[in-house]
Design a protein around this ligand. Structure first.
Ligand SMILES: Nc1nc2c(ncn2[C@@H]2O[C@H](COP(=O)(O)OP(=O)(O)O)[C@@H](O)[C@H]2O)c(=O)[nH]1
Ligand SMILES: [Mg+2]
Ligand SMILES: [Zn+2]
Length: 355
């Protein structure tokens, strides 16, 4: 497989899928998608592709089949210079946003991500509940989450904060760095381990673009100017998938900002293994941890092994996941009703015509 595809983050599973692709099709990786048009990076440079008829039919049946940043795809070059995106190869991991207020089906924001870096500035003081929310989403994706605390040059006690954050992030590494001084960047670079793909998650102003620029060693992304009132100015993001000169791929999509939890709750359990384990020890399976006897969660709150802050964060996210699950159920029910109505109509039509 070509060295360029390796640089784009090619993994062995995708490489083997590509072996069975007809020779006239060109493989590539989606850098960004704008309304029916994808920018695809190939061994011969970037290409702009529209959807093939087959792909459009797939999307009609399942909107999540539509190409997203990070996808491995194959392109067809037509004699009249048109380029069509023929198909999307199987995704290893997906970051899905539950659409709040929109359709109940989640939107795939990015795919084939190995590591999700939750980027949090050390100034202002990190909001730990927000980090927990990001962690639940990250675990859900199948990618490995890490928390990257940046702007360490602005605080004196970065390591103490990192310890607090680590308490809220079981199973995830917590790194400390500064894009300004370069301190700690070695550890961030190690995340790419060859040509891994890393997605950045985090609030606006956290320091994501500055971090990418520091890793790249060049100004690839716009960094927010600070206005006189201290608020960041909104800057446009020109790129979404960035190939680092020293190896590794970074995905920084604006869509990753306003994220909601997906319905399964698996990510939540992975982000809160401590609370989940406690809840399993309660006497009653459906314990609400309020007034039941032999409640392991309340016991842990009382003896201080579980903090109230973390417990409340878990309760809140659980409520949210339960809401998403109910909404997904409602969607499935509505779909089943529609199918039943269609079948009934077809049955009546067939039986009337036979008479
Ligand atoms: N002192 C310091 N400032 C930083 C650092 N990283 C980012 N900033 C500043 O924080 C602001 C937001 O950074 P930016 O990279 O645009 O954040 P993004 O919205 O997450 O992409 C900008 O004013 C940066 O100059 C850092 O490591 N140290
Ligand atoms: Mg930015
Ligand atoms: Zn309980």
């Amino acid at each position: 497989m070509s060295a360029t595809l390796q640089a784009l983050g090619l993994d062995t599973a995708t490489a083997s899928h590509l072996q069975s692709v007809p020779a006239e099709l060109v493989p590539g990786r989606v850098a960004r998608v704008d309304k029916g048009l994808a920018t695809v990076l190939t061994a011969d440079g970037p290409a702009r592709a529209t959807w093939s008829g087959a792909l459009l039919a797939e999307i009609a049946a399942d909107p999540q089949a539509g190409p997203c940043t990070g996808d491995w795809v194959v392109l067809r070059y037509w004699p009249d210079d048109r380029i069509t995106l023929e198909s999307v190869l199987p995704r290893r991991t997906t970051i899905v946003r539950a659409e709040v207020g929109g359709s109940s089906r989640g939107q795939v924001l990015a795919s084939n991500v190995d590591v999700i870096a939750i980027v949090v500035g050390l100034v202002p003081e990190p909001n730990i509940s927000r980090i927990e929310r990001f962690l639940a989403l990250a675990w859900e994706s199948g990618a490995r989450p890490v928390v990257v605390l940046t702007k360490s040059d602005l605080v004196g006690d970065a390591d103490a904060v990192a310890e607090d954050v680590a308490q809220a992030a079981p199973g995830a590494d917590v790194l400390v760095c500064s894009a300004s001084t370069g301190s700690g960047l070695v550890d961030v670079r190690a995340l790419f381990d060859g040509n891994a793909t890393l997605a950045l998650l985090g609030s606006s102003g956290a320091g994501k673009s500055s971090l990418v620029n520091a890793l790249a060693g060049v100004e690839l992304l716009d960094v927010q100017d600070i206005r006189e009132d201290g608020k960041g100015r909104h800057t446009s993001v020109r790129r979404e998938l960035i190939v680092l000169p020293a190896g590794g791929v970074v995905i920084d999509t604006p869509g990753l900002r306003g994220i909601g939890l997906q319905e399964s709750g698996e990510g939540l359990a992975a982000a809160f293994p401590d609370v989940t384990q406690l809840a399993e020890q309660c006497k009653f399976k459906d314990c609400s941890h309020v007034s039941e006897p032999d409640c392991a969660v309340r016991a842990a709150l009382e003896d201080g092994t579980l903090s109230y802050r973390r417990y409340e964060s878990w309760v809140k996210l659980q409520r949210e996941a339960a809401f998403m699950a109910r909404r997904a159920d409602a969607r499935l029910r509505a779909q089943a009703n529609k199918e039943r109505a269609r079948a009934t109509k077809a049955y009546r039509r067939d039986n009337t015509s036979r008479r």
